[in-house]
Design a binder for this molecule. Structure first.
Ligand code: EPZ
Length: 429
């Protein structure tokens, strides 16, 4: 198993290109199941999760062609996928595949909407806590599908098609909103989603579906209205920039010191994390090429932050912020309200010398003068990258084990940081 070796203490200076968003690319790829025609997705990140979803879609009979390189194109450009679900040969998503990546459960919606039936394994728990799918199932059931749970599988049937309805989510859910949008796009009549998730990835999915001929309005607000259509077409769509990757590298610069241009990304995707970084004393400047982030010399101020659905501070940056606050000049508090128990990084940060106390959903982080390198490992991808951030400021060598977690969500991480001066390398084997 690969490991990453980091020797802390180097500044970061230069340019980091931001990839397409993993959490937009995955639902967009799944949306290809809604049409017989080809969906062309540009700026798709080269990630283990994307490759796994290619396999999962392949199992349903979807053909995916990876576009060749164009002149002048480098690895910094995302890949172009030509996805054709002309013939869906299997409407079952088996446990072996769904258990490896929760988002693959979302195939339930397009399969039942287009094929009238789907049999998808329940995903099970994961490293960031119990993650139920009751609200996703509720959304499909509201649209008229008959639901049965059979041997660990959710079986949804709507042989005469889905019907538009009102879906009121009692809790904001990204996956629930993606599911409701995809299913309602091909339903007969109008669907209204109340208390919808407002994440930029929801807007990206709706934009792409509208290009495919769907009639979706209000994405990005709490109320989404979808007038169902009988058929969707192919389209060409560019995946939006990864706001979590953007925020992660912004925190890496804040930790290591230096000045970095985060290229091909936008501040409106992560205003809340930027506001927090500014409060810590980091300089953040939007430019027409991306976002410039700098910390030259000064210390880091502690902050009080609560995670919540967009547009608030994202849970997917909670671990990274915690790593940063281990070096603040004082005590910070971070409250995690989205997932219970998403604190797997705390024990590992402690191995580097961090002082963090947990009390339910609240973490108290007492800034320390220095961190010291150590072997560490983590069980989910954002937790893993928080260890990389801490290692950038730790004295001596840190070995991050189980790098496959990083590969799920961060494209060429060691190369992007290494080019800016970090002492970081991947050790194979
Ligand atoms: C998406 O997960 C993201 N995954 C997660 O990113 C992200 O952390 C999360 O949204 C929150 O922003 C992808 O986009 C692929 P939710 P999702 O449904 O859709 C509860 C990463 O690191 N809930 O918005 O699964 C749930 O338990 C990942 O890239 C129910 O109770 O999250 C949680 O408390 C990990 N019942 C809350 O809602 C349900 O049926 C929000 O979860 C569904 C969710």
């Amino acid at each position: 198993m690969d490991r990453i070796r980091i020797v802390g203490g180097r500044r970061l200076d230069g340019i980091i290109p931001i990839s397409g968003a993993k959490n937009a690319a995955l639902p967009l790829m799944i949306a290809s199941l809604l049409t017989e025609q080809t969906l062309v997705l540009e700026n798709v990140p080269r990630l283990a999760d994307v490759a796994l979803l290619q396999r999962i879609l392949g199992n349903h009979g979807v053909d995916i062609m990876v576009g060749g390189k164009r002149p002048g194109e480098t690895a910094d450009h995302g890949q172009t996928l030509h996805i054709s679900a002309a013939n869906i040969v299997d409407t079952t998503a088996p446990y072996e595949l769904v258990s490896k990546m929760r988002a693959s459960f979302w195939v339930l919606a397009p399969l039942v909407a287009r094929m009238g039936e789907a049999r998808v394994s329940m995903p099970g728990g994961c490293a960031i806590g119990t993650r139920p799918v009751d609200l996703l199932i509720m959304a499909i059931a509201r649209l008229g599908a008959a639901i049965e749970i059979d041997s660990g599988y959710v079986v949804a049937r709507a042989p005469r098609g889905l019907k538009g309805a009102e879906i009121v989510f009692p809790k904001v859910t990204v996956g629930g909103t993606h599911t409701a949008i995809m299913a309602a796009a091909l339903a007969d009549g109008t669907t209204v989603i109340e208390n919808a998730a407002r994440e930029p990835e929801i807007v990206d999915l709706a934009d792409c579906l509208n290009k495919m001929g769907a009639r979706i309005s209000g994405a990005g607000s709490r109320r989404i209205v979808i007038d169902g259509v009988a058929k969707l077409n192919g389209a060409r769509h560019t995946v939006l920039p990864d706001r979590i990757e953007t925020g992660t590298y912004a925190m890496a610069v804040a930790m290591a010191g230096g000045e970095i241009l985060l290229q091909n990304t936008r501040v409106d995707l992560l205003q809340a994390p930027i506001d927090v970084l500014v409060r810590t004393g980091v300089t953040v400047t939007p430019t027409n090429r991306g976002i410039r982030v700098a910390r030259n010399g000064g210390g880091l101020e502690p902050v009080e932050v609560t995670t919540a659905p967009f547009p608030e501070f994202p849970t997917d940056l909670q671990a990274q912020l915690m790593a940063l606050m281990t070096r603040a000049r004082g005590t910070s508090h971070i409250v995690e309200t989205v997932f219970e128990n998403r604190f797997m990084h705390v024990q590992e940060l402690a191995r580097l010398g961090a002082r963090i106390q947990l009390d339910g959903e609240k973490a108290t982080i007492e800034g320390v003068e220095r961190l010291k390198g150590a072997p560490v490992m983590a069980t989910d991808l954002r937790a893993s990258v928080s260890l990389v951030i801490a290692a950038l400021a730790a004295e001596g060598e840190t070995l991050v084990n189980r790098v496959y977690h990083l590969d799920r969500g961060f494209e060429r991480l060691e190369e992007k940081l290494g080019r800016c001066g970090a002492a970081i390398e991947r050790l194979s084997g």
